[in-house]
Design a protein around this ligand. Structure first.
Ligand SMILES: NC(=O)c1ccc[n+]([C@@H]2O[C@H](COP(=O)([O-])OP(=O)(O)OC[C@H]3O[C@@H](n4cnc5c(N)ncnc54)[C@H](OP(=O)(O)O)[C@@H]3O)[C@@H](O)[C@H]2O)c1
Length: 264
C-alpha cells in the first residue's frame, strides 16, 4: 500500500467532530478527515452559504454554555461515539486599539468563544473517550497566543494563550488514560474572515489592504515563507496528528506560521 492509499483509508470507521467546520480552516480540516475515510460531523451557527453540505451538519452556537451538552449528547446518541474532536471554532469581533478599547463584554465574548467553548465541548465528550480508553482532541489556537498583537487582538490572544495552557494541562491528565490532546497554532491563514479582518484594519488605518497586510506580517516579525498559510496547510497537519501515524504525540503545540515565530 503506498502513502496515498494509506492516507485515504487510515481514518476509515472513525467518527470526527469539527466545530466551526463550515468555513475556512474548519472546512479544510473536515474535508481532509473525510478524505482519509472518517465520518465527519460539523457544527456552526449558519448553514454553509452555498448550501453544499458535504458532511453531517449540526446547527449550533457552541459559544453558548446552555447549547453544549444537549448538542453533544444528541451527536453521541446519533453516532454512538466520537473518536476525533477538533475544537476549531473561534475568532474575535473585538475592536482594535489596545487595552482602553476593550470592555468587559469584549473580554467575555473572546474568552467564551476561544477558551470556554472548547473546555465545555471537551467536558461533554471526554467521558466516552475515557470509557473506551482512546481518542484524539485537537485545539486550534493561534500564533497570537505566543506572540500577542496588542493593537488588534488583545483579548483574543489572551484566550488563545489560555487555550494552549489548558490543552497541555488536559493532556497531562488524560494521556495516561488513552486520550491524546494536542494544540495547533496557525499564524496568518488566508480565509474569508482574515480577508475581512484585514479590510477593516485597512479602513481604520487609512491604508490599502496590501499595506496593512504587510504591516501585520511585519509585527509578527515577518513571514519567512513570504505568504499567509492556506487552510489546507493547517488541515494537512491536523490530518497527520489525528492519524495512527502520530500515535506517540500528545501534549505539544504545533505552530504553523511559515517561520514567523522568532523564538526557539
Ligand atoms: N484565519 C487565521 O488567520 C487564523 C489564525 C490563527 C488561528 N485561527 C483560528 O482558527 C480557527 C478557525 O479560523 P477561521 O479563520 O477558519 O474562521 P472562520 O473562517 O471565521 O470560520 C469560523 C467557523 O466557526 C463557526 N463559528 C464561529 N462562531 C461560532 C459560534 N459562536 N458557534 C458556532 N460556530 C461558530 C463559523 O460558522 P458560523 O459563523 O456560521 O457560526 C465557521 O464555521 C479559529 O479558532 C481561529 O481563531 C485562525
Amino acid at each position: 500500500m503506498d502513502n496515498k492509499q494509506l492516507i485515504s483509508t487510515e481514518l476509515t470507521g472513525k467518527i470526527a467532530l469539527v466545530t466551526g467546520g463550515t468555513k475556512g480552516i474548519g472546512k479544510a480540516i473536515a474535508d481532509r478527515l473525510a478524505q482519509a475515510g472518517a465520518t465527519v460531523i460539523i457544527t456552526a451557527r449558519n448553514e454553509p452559504a452555498d448550501n453544499q453540505i458535504e458532511h453531517h451538519f449540526i446547527k449550533a452556537d457552541l459559544a453558548k454554555a446552555e447549547e453544549t451538552a444537549p448538542v453533544i449528547n444528541g451527536i453521541l446518541k446519533e453516532f454512538g461515539t466520537i473518536d476525533i474532536l477538533v475544537n476549531n471554532m473561534g475568532g474575535s469581533s473585538s475592536p482594535s486599539g489596545g487595552f482602553s478599547t476593550l470592555t468587559d463584554e469584549h473580554w467575555e465574548n473572546d474568552l467564551h468563544l476561544n477558551l470556554l467553548a472548547p473546555v465545555r465541548v471537551d467536558r461533554a465528550i471526554l467521558p466516552t473517550m475515557l470509557e473506551k480508553k482512546s481518542g484524539v482532541i485537537i485545539h486550534i489556537s493561534s500564533l497570537s497566543g505566543v506572540i500577542p498583537l496588542w493593537e488588534s487582538l488583545g483579548a483574543y490572544a489572551v484566550a488563545k494563550a489560555a487555550l494552549i495552557n489548558y490543552s497541555k494541562s488536559l493532556s497531562k491528565e488524560v494521556t495516561p488514560k488513552g486520550v491524546r490532546v494536542l494544540t495547533v497554532s496557525p499564524g496568518m491563514v488566508k480565509t474569508d474572515t482574515m480577508d475581512g479582518y484585514l479590510k477593516s484594519l485597512s479602513i481604520e488605518a487609512g491604508l490599502s489592504v496590501e499595506e496593512i497586510t504587510q504591516s501585520v506580517m511585519d509585527k509578527l516579525g515577518g513571514i519567512p515563507m513570504g505568504r499567509m498559510a492556506n487552510p489546507q496547510d493547517i488541515a494537512e497537519m491536523v490530518g497527520y496528528l489525528v492519524s495512527p501515524r502520530a500515535s506517540y504525540l500528545s501534549g505539544a503545540n504545533y505552530i504553523i506560521d511559515g517561520g514567523s515565530n522568532p523564538t526557539v
